[in-house]
Design a protein around this ligand. Structure first.
Ligand code: NAP
Length: 292
């Protein structure tokens, strides 16, 4: 069999249209325009393309986008002060600091400076803790988008066995938490570099989320017929045939996995569009809360 492709762009377009409607309603009814501040320190090419995409998407949704580009030499103190200013700016409902920040800046110090009520990335300890105990909070964007993609694939998550490969704070761990909540009710196995035989677990899984940051972490022989595969990885591999000299691939071997899976996300065009969409979703939510 050949699995269907879970089209992240299509789902993102549907959700973004609903978000844009929500933005218009908030403007009409309360006179509030959701505002997103995106801060980039330095000029890492991947980060530049991520923040450009986020700014463009927020403008397309009708939001106010405040773009702040700072030089690599920015100090931690300067960055933290800027975040604190934005915390008290009434036009801003969401603050995003593009990671990674340069090595001389502590990402923890910067994230901790963001007011939890404007933490639309869902990275502050307050929001992470609330997610863990099931209180209202901003869910982290990539894990939230992954749940939306699984639902969009047609798979009912409840009662299924989900295997997550990778335990980072921004993808693996939070997606494992979201999948095991009462609403989704999956049984979750979390694999990492200390797992002895990952294929033993993936072969039993109904849903596999691979977020390892390494191409070919998941291959077709590691999955059972009909599984749903969500490939989070974004890896640049050399490709002299392209003008840029590289191409983007995921962590799963698309060719072999798509022959066995019932559905699979492509890279690019799978998880990425949802990450940005859930950022817009959180920014709108934040503006709605400010309007209450
Ligand atoms: P990360 O912080 O580097 O974490 C990778 C995790 O995978 C670690 O827990 C690591 O285990 C585990 N791992 C690495 N190699 C493994 C292997 N061979 N077998 C089992 N586990 C392995 O990465 P991340 O931030 O979670 O990101 C993962 C990937 O997703 C990256 O390619 C990133 O670019 C991509 N990403 C995409 C989006 C998007 O919107 N599309 C968003 C976020 C991230 P240890 O803990 O034992 O080291």
């Amino acid at each position: 069999m050949s699995g269907k492709i879970i089209d992240g762009k299509e789902l993102a377009a549907q959700l973004r249209s609903e978000i844009a409607d929500g933005v218009s309603r908030l403007k009409e009814e309360k006179g509030i325009v959701p505002g997103l501040a995106v801060i980039l320190v330095g000029d890492n090419p991947a980060s530049v393309s991520y923040v450009t995409a986020k700014e463009k998407a927020s403008q397309e949704a009708g939001m106010y986008s405040k773009e702040i580009r700072l030089p690599e030499s920015t100090t931690e103190q300067e960055l933290v002060s800027l975040v604190k200013e934005l915390n008290s700016d009434p036009l801003i409902h969401g603050i995003l600091v593009q990671l990674p920040v340069p090595k001389h800046i502590s990402d923890k110090a910067v994230i901790n400076a963001i007011a939890p009520e404007k933490d639309v990335d869902g990275f502050t300890p307050v929001n992470v803790g609330k997610m863990l105990i099931g209180e209202e909070c901003f869910l982290p964007c990539t894990p939230h988008g992954i749940i939306k993609l699984i639902e969009f694939s047609g798979m009912d998550i409840r009662g299924k066995h989900a295997v997550v490969i990778g335990r980072s704070n921004i993808v693996g761990k939070p997606v494992a938490v979201l999948l095991s909540r009462k609403e989704t009710n999956a049984t979750v196995t979390l694999c990492h570099t200390g797992t002895k035989d990952i294929s033993k677990f993936t072969k039993e899984a109904d849903i596999i989320i691979v977020a390892a940051g390494r191409p070919m972490t998941l291959t077709g022989d590691m999955i059972k017929e009909g599984a749903v595969v969500i490939d989070v990885g974004v890896n640049r591999v050399p490709c002299p045939e392209t003008t840029r000299g590289y191409k983007l691939v995921g962590d799963a071997d698309f060719e072999s996995c798509s022959k066995v899976a019932s559905a699979i996300t492509p890279v690019p065009g799978g998880v990425g569009p949802l990450t940005i969409t859930m950022l817009l979703f959180n920014t709108l939510e934040s503006a709605k809360r400010a309007a209450r």
